[in-house]
Write a protein that binds this ligand. Structure first.
Ligand code: ADP
Ligand code: MG
Length: 471
């Protein structure tokens, strides 16, 4: 951007921020690891009155930087030019080459020939992503119908027109539309656009007196896929145009596929005749994923990740299960959770353990802490080691009872605020020196014996977080 500047605007040029020096300040502030992983490839695009525009290669990197480093980066920028009060991002997918972006990209070249897309000044608009296809869409009971309908539509063997897919945020609607678009574009002209973008483009065409072009764009396509149709509300003139486009496409036998966050009849401020058109084909919904589907998705993404990182990213099965059981809201959050694990392991060179994971994923987990009582600890430990409570509390000293007993005493010490004598009393009136001995023994063994450490960690989680304490 700074190139080709004539002398006349040298003054403007001189006012611009020196991005190289910002980068070296970032390097010293954040350290090499963070700088290399996240900040090095930020591209400076332009500076405006009170903000700067920078570019990164993926949305994931943008979100990561925004959630962690943006305040400090802004400070650095401000110290160079105090008029700057914010930083804006643009995402330039073309430059994307990071391994961490497995979900947003792969190495296939995108064949855009049959895909119409509309360019904007900064955002290149092309929503077909080769990495969201039918092959990597994991099917479970909550999304089976939507998957099958999409598959049929994409193979031209259905009479469903339009196909209307609805469901909550992050359930896989865009993924399915994308997969249909990918299949189609081998032989057909496809237009894949979000309703928001459709409206934006519509308004822009009116302003620029470009309606003919706009109509051509949309009416010449063999398949029109519109994502998030709930945003196409209000704006009578636009609905009018949309209705005509819709009818024209149906008349000429083009396939229409729509997604929304709700069923057609619940759409707000959309004309009745359009809603009834939406319901005229097949309406399917995607529901929240159950544990099985979440686990299958996590397994499949972890498998891909491990391949991508040449077997260096072995997310343990324990961790996979933990994520599947705790990140419940949506598949998007599940994928986001895995991305964070990847980032963590890239920065720290190790897979996080469960406690670290809880920190990394804090905002995604709604772990409600149990009220920890010694009784709960005893019950959980007994169940875990398959012994009875009587055995645990007895004075028998067989090895298979001693370790669980010591473990329970240890957990009582670290998870409750009870005093040593109090703990002793709840373990059949044992002396407080016995309690001390147990705590010390387990403390020492944790450092030496991996299996025991894993058991203690598992138990801690069950006691703290699993309401039902299922084992
Ligand atoms: P929506 O459009 O419903 O908000 P997306 O299609 O954007 O949700 O899905 C969110 C993320 O979850 C995407 O990364 C997508 O690839 C992934 N995803 C959703 N459903 C599945 C699935 N069944 N199998 C694999 N990945 C999925
Ligand atoms: Mg979507």
């Amino acid at each position: 951007m700074n190139k080709n500047l004539s002398k006349d605007n040298k003054e403007i040029y001189e006012k611009k921020i020196d991005w190289d020096s910002i980068q070296s300040e970032m390097k010293s502030k954040f350290g090499h690891d963070i700088y290399d992983s996240w900040l090095k490839k930020i591209e400076f695009i332009d500076e405006f009155n009170n903000y700067i525009l920078i570019s990164v290669t993926t949305r994931f990197i943008r979100d990561w930087i925004t959630s962690r480093y943006i305040d400090q980066i802004l400070q650095i920028v401000k110290s160079n030019n105090k008029n700057i009060s914010r930083i804006e991002f643009t995402v330039n997918h073309k430059k994307e080459n990071r391994a961490a972006n497995i979900y947003e990209n792969n190495n296939n070249k995108i064949n855009t020939e049959n895909v119409s897309f509309i360019k904007d000044t900064y955002l290149q608009y092309n929503r077909i992503d080769p990495n969201k296809n039918f092959k990597n869409f994991v099917v479970g009971s909550s999304n089976k119908l939507a998957y099958e309908a999409s598959k049929k539509v994409s193979e031209n063997i259905s009479q469903y027109n339009p196909l209307y897919i609805y469901g909550g945020v992050g359930m896989g609607k865009t993924h399915l539309l994308n997969a249909i678009g990918l299949n189609y574009k081998q032989q057909k002209k496809v237009m894949f656009i979000s309703a928001e973008r459709f409206m934006y483009q519509f308004v822009k065409s009116i302003k620029n007196n470009d309606m003919v072009k706009f109509k051509d764009y949309f009416r010449n396509t063999d398949a029109l896929l519109i994502d998030d149709i709930q945003f196409m509300n209000g704006k009578e003139a636009m609905q009018e145009e949309f209705f005509h486009t819709f009818n024209a496409l149906l008349d000429k036998g083009s396939q229409i596929i729509l997604s929304a966050d709700r069923s057609p009849n619940k759409l707000l401020r959309i004309q009745e005749r359009i809603k009834s058109r939406f319901s005229g084909g097949l309406v399917v919904d995607i529901q929240s994923p159950d544990y099985d589907l979440r686990y299958e998705i996590v397994k499949s993404k972890c498998y891909d990740l491990n391949l991508l990182y040449s077997n260096q990213l072995n997310i343990t099965n324990e961790l996979q299960k933990f994520i599947s059981s705790e990140v419940k809201n949506s598949i998007r959050e599940l994928v986001g959770a895995l991305n964070r694990i990847v980032s963590f392991s890239r920065i720290y060179n190790k897979i996080p353990n469960i406690s670290e994971t809880k920190i990394i994923l804090k905002d995604l987990l709604n772990l409600s802490e149990n009220k920890v009582t010694i009784d709960l600890i005893q019950t959980t430990v007994c169940k875990y080691f398959k012994i009875s409570k009587n055995e645990m509390l007895s004075s028998r000293r067989s090895r298979y009872l001693v370790r669980p007993r010591q473990t329970a005493i240890y957990l009582a010490k670290i998870l409750t605020s009870k005093s040593l004598p109090e703990i002793g009393r709840t373990f059949s009136n044992r002396d407080h020196t016995t309690v001390i001995h147990s705590v010390k023994t387990i403390d020492r063994l944790i450092k030496e014996d991996n299996e025991l450490k894993m058991n203690v960690d598992n138990l801690k989680n069950k006691i703290l977080y699993n309401k039902d304490n299922e084992i």
